[in-house]
Design a protein around this ligand. Structure first.
Ligand code: CO
Length: 131
């Protein structure tokens, strides 16, 4: 397993890009709007993983609610898995509370599913299967 990316909630992507791209010098691999999840994302490569900057498309999206409650900061950690359905079934068997019982399409066309932070040490966990 590997860390696929670390998701960071920003009020505006430009605020995050000012740090991660302009000050730190990372390269933006892709910028994308995922309307189903109510976010715009920018993926920046760092080593063999990525930083995923998130901007809410509306205040009532998941990231919008996170920002209202906690402000900008680390939103989730994403782990790369080979078989997302098997990982979800396994986690469920072991008592994890799944936000997504079945995977959906996320950034870069990957299959993604979220696990609720209440059963993962307070960390929102995203599983990612690349296609
Ligand atoms: Co993510």
């Amino acid at each position: 397993m590997k860390i696929d990316h670390i998701g960071i909630a920003t009020r505006q992507l430009d605020e995050g890009l000012a740090v991660w791209r302009d000050a730190l010098g990372l390269t933006v691999d892709a910028t994308e709007e995922i309307s189903e999840q109510g976010v715009r994302v920018a993926m920046l490569a760092i080593g063999d993983t990525h930083v995923e900057l998130l901007e809410a498309l509306s205040p009532d999206s998941a990231v919008g609610r996170f920002l209202a409650k906690r402000g900008p900061g680390i939103h989730h950690i994403a782990i790369k898995v080979d078989d997302i359905n098997a990982s979800l079934a396994d986690l469920k068997n072991k008592g994890a509370r799944l936000i997504d019982e079945t995977p959906r399409v996320g950034a870069g066309g990957c299959l993604v599913a979220f696990v609720h932070p209440s059963t993962t040490n307070g960390v929102l966990l995203e599983l990612v299967q690349h296609r």
